[in-house]
Design a protein around this ligand. Structure first.
Ligand code: ASP
Length: 574
């Protein structure tokens, strides 16, 4: 390979093929940098020693594919390039053949290019040819390989599950595929293999895993894609701890193989309640402080009417102290208020602690007791900025979580190179679905309740999430394995027995034939690779991704079906 020629190869005859990444003409001598996936090497064509190759090299255009025969030699004194793995050597060309010519590419095929992402996606094959992108794809390959070996060694069986199937609810919209053979009917693309892996447990497989594509039609975020890959696993007769220990061991293995980093286990655990209380998030970033303080009681009956009012109505007053931000300009502070309101909070109150003075737009409404309570609960001292939000609990959480992350990044408080894995446990069984105006499963409807308590407001689930540096990597649970509990669950979710039968009859039927207690988890492969690669854009770790508007710039998908296709499916668009 071009990128693997070394000083040891001195004197060897080589045949290399690759892309011309750069060309320089130094007073008659032509230098080509020849690149393949392993790196690049310098090829030299001398006009007198090698007039044929020199003529070809003089004409060849960048990104053309060439085949070079030559001899490896050490670079002359003073021309060694220590930054390149091949930097000690060059290849003196004996013959050069252009295999295919390239037009001028729409952007330079090199690292660190500043090009619009759509253009990169349109010419993804050129983008992936860039060394940093090749590197990410190979990192991804190695992550998946390490995971496979890990599960293989522990007796897990890889079983593929259908892509054209029935809806598997994971809280997103389904992608539907009309059936030609069953006109008027549709398949759903799987949001996950959830029900199939449970059926595999009924089938006695005991330990299953799959690295599987899942599809969810939902709002995109920087760390989310519609078509994503998860490591999906399920086992029979486990406790929560069994599943968690196994996943920890897998992460230890992946981090060791990929980064030569030894992770410490067991990973810390937080209950959902504690996580929400301390961080306002179920995927807390625990690499820095600024934990949330609860000031609700301190503001009961406050002269600050807005706060008193929220407290009277069962809301919360919470906040945190951002170290060293007391001197922020009015413009920066206004931007923080803006951030809080854009996250749905009614407003934001800030207090700047400068020497023994406290500045705040609401200072005249605050009593010394309240100020004292704020300082002691948040730990605010000289130079700190306290941010307070008063609202309904969920809005307080969303706003403060966002502000905490924002402040951490603006204040440079996020330590680099730290891997803060965390389990969030004792999740609620249900969430109130604002859109559905109904209780929806916090995880999915197959998750076992932690006790007999099935009251949607208080019930807890045998569910757990794994998070890393403030990102959710995966969720899992111990499942319901008794038909009557599963029926009760569907009932609580507002499904009539007929609807439950229509949607999940096959699962309930399976539950009549001997079900082992079982549980599992799925972790997002794209997101893991994203964090390992140090990017915050999930599209960077997917070979052929779509844009936020659902377009695949490379192929132009989605496209209009032909009339013939529609006729075959007996469909028409309104
Ligand atoms: N099916 C779940 C998901 O895809 C994971 C699990 O419960 O195992 O999120």
């Amino acid at each position: 390979m071009c990128g693997s020629v070394r000083a040891d190869d001195e004197g060897s005859a080589v045949v290399l093929a690759g892309w011309v990444s750069r060309k320089r003409d130094h007073g008659g001598v032509v230098f080509l940098d020849l690149r393949d996936r392993e790196g690049s090497v310098q090829v030299v064509a001398h006009p007198e020693d090698a007039p044929g190759p020199h003529a070809v090299a003089s004409e060849v255009k960048p990104e053309s594919v060439v085949r070079v025969e030559g001899r490896v030699r050490r670079r002359p004194e003073g021309t060694v390039n220590p930054a390149l793995p091949t930097g000690e050597v060059e290849v003196a060309a004996i013959a050069i053949e252009v295999l295919t010519e390239s037009e001028t590419p729409p952007f330079p095929v090199e690292d660190g290019v500043d090009v619009e992402e759509v253009l990169r996606l349109r010419y993804r094959y050129l983008d992936l040819r860039r060394p940093e992108m090749t590197e990410v794809m190979r990192l991804r390959h190695r992550v998946v390989g390490a995971m496979r070996r890990f599960f293989d060694e522990r007796g897990f069986v890889d079983v593929e599950t259908p892509m054209l199937t029935k809806s598997t609810p994971e809280g997103a919209r389904d992608y539907l595929v009309p059936s030609r053979l069953q006109p008027g009917k549709v398949y759903a693309l799987p949001q996950s293999p959830q029900m199939f892996k449970q059926l595999l447990m009924v089938a006695g497989f005991d330990r299953y895993y799959q690295i599987v594509r899942c599809l969810r039609d939902e709002d995109l975020r920087a760390d989310r894609h519609w078509e994503f890959t998860q490591l999906d696993m399920e086992m029979s007769f486990p406790t929560e701890r069994d599943v968690q220990d196994l996943i920890e061991a897998m992460f230890v293995r992946v981090w060791r193989e990929l980064l030569e980093v030894e992770l410490t286990t067991p990973f810390p655990r937080l209950t959902y309640e504690e996580s929400m209380a301390r961080y306002g998030s179920d995927k807390p970033d625990a690499r820095y402080g600024m934990e949330l303080a609860d000031l609700t009681e301190a503001f009961r009956g406050s002269g600050l009417r807005a706060f008193a009012h929220v407290v009277e109505n069962g809301g919360l007053v919470k906040g945190f102290a951002a170290p060293g931000a007391a001197g922020w300009s009015r413009k920066d502070l206004d931007a923080l208020v803006q951030e809080a309101t854009s996250r749905g909070a009614a407003g934001l109150v800030w207090l700047a602690y400068q020497r023994s003075d406290v500045k705040s737009p609401v200072i005249s409404h605050l009593s010394p007791d309240e100020l004292g309570a704020v300082a002691s609960a948040t730990g605010a001292g000289d130079g700190d900025l306290v941010l307070l939000v008063a609202d309904q609990p969920s809005r307080v959480a969303v706003a403060l979580d966002g502000l905490r992350r924002l402040m951490a990044s603006r204040l440079g408080l996020i330590p680099q190179g730290q891997w803060s894995f965390l389990w969030v446990t004792d999740m609620p069984l249900f969430d109130w679905g604002e859109e559905d105006h109904a209780w929806v499963p916090n995880h999915h409807p197959f998750t076992a309740p932690a006790s007999d308590d099935l009251n949607p407001e208080t019930a807890k689930a045998r569910a757990y999430d794994i998070t890393l540096n403030g990102f959710e990597l995966g969720s899992g649970s111990i499942r319901i394995h008794r038909a009557e509990v599963q029926r009760k669950m569907f009932d609580l979710l507002g499904l009539t027995p007929e609807q439950a039968e229509e949607k999940f009859g096959f699962l309930i039927r399976a539950f009549r034939y001997g079900v082992p207690p079982h549980g599992g988890i799925a972790v997002g492969v794209d997101r893991i690779v994203m964090l390992l690669a140090g990017t915050d854009n999930i599209r960077d770790v997917i070979a052929f991704p779509k844009t936020a508007s659902g377009v695949e710039p490379l192929t132009g998908a989605p496209s209009e079906p032909s009339q013939e296709q529609l006729d075959m499916l007996r469909m028409r668009f309104r």
